[in-house]
Design a protein around this ligand. Structure first.
Ligand code: NDP
Length: 251
């Protein structure tokens, strides 16, 4: 394996690692050599099994990231269980749909607290450790709604726009400290999160017509981008949001 993409000896936290994009990224990082702290509400037993089958170490770290209460413990437990921390993938996220005129404070808070507030404070907790060791790679999972408005998803759009902004801000602050901070914006990816859209025949057809690649993305399509942003290959890439969308944004 090229040293540029070699993650041997590195430890990665992946949040929301039990399913979908988080699981695919955890497995891709492990294939490149990283050990994995699989963080989330639902214990990521399947992910841990897949990572261990690749000969890498993997541990479950239980945490509900709807509040920032567990973020320091997530970092401490990773260090205790795996003996290091070099990569953080902030993937855990939720969405709530309703017209803006009817949108509730509860749906605002739930999404912004999980997708943006916990993401920032996990960057902070991990970032302190990474700055201390002079090395770290942070990857935040953004969205096409980091760039576009969307419809009926006000708190999600606000949170994902915020992820793009915070990624740039943290990159500015930490670029001289050996820490890169970048994001990945997935397009339409077939996961539990998008099952309703895939199941809606009209919406599904409209979506497929607009994707130049002519298909939904698979969670595994995000693996290469994550390995790149976690590896030495991207050491001079800072504050960037890498779009992985089968061409949607360029259409
Ligand atoms: P899934 O719904 O399949 O997975 C979401 C993950 O986030 C799950 O592991 C879930 O854990 C975890 N999570 C949610 N809330 C919490 C919480 N409070 N504490 C800890 N973990 C939590 O979605 P995807 O894999 O599709 O999405 C992953 C990321 O990618 C999200 O940030 C999403 O916004 C983003 N994204 C997805 C796109 C897509 O098309 N699929 C497009 C653009 C962005 P649990 O199972 O326990 O709830």
């Amino acid at each position: 394996m090229s040293k540029m993409f070699d993650l041997s000896g590195k430890v990665a936290i992946v949040t929301g690692a039990n399913t979908g994009i988080g699981q695919a990224i955890a497995v891709a990082l492990a294939e490149a050599g990283a050990d994995i702290a699989a963080v989330g509400r639902t214990p990521a037993e399947d992910t841990v099994e897949k990572v261990r089958a690749l000969g890498r170490r993997a541990e479950i770290v239980s945490a509900d990231l709807s509040s920032i209460e567990p973020v320091q413990r997530v970092v401490d437990e990773t260090l205790e269980k795996l003996g290091g921390l070099h990569i953080l993938v902030n993937n855990a996220g939720i969405i709530r749909r309703a017209d803006s005129v009817d949108f509730t404070e509860a749906d605002w808070d739930a999404v912004v607290d999980t997708n943006l507030k916990s993401l920032f404070f996990l960057c902070q907790a991990a970032g302190r450790h990474m700055i201390g060791q002079g090395y770290g790679k942070i990857i935040n999972i953004a969205s096409l709604l980091t760039f576009q408005g969307g419809i009926r998803v006000p708190s999600y759009t606000a949170s994902k726009s915020g992820v793009g902004g915070l990624t740039k801000l943290l990159a500015n602050e930490w670029a001289t400290k050996g820490v890169t901070v970048n994001a990945i914006a997935p397009g339409y990816i077939a996961t539990n999160n998008t099952a309703a859209l895939q199941g809606d025949e009209t919406r599904n057809r409209q979506i497929l017509e607009r994707i130049p690649a002519g298909r939904w993305g698979e969670a595994s399509d995000l693996g290469g981008a994550a390995v790149f942003l976690a590896a030495p290959a991207s050491d001079y890439v800072q504050g960037h949001t890498l779009v992985v969308d089968g061409g949607w944004m360029g259409r």
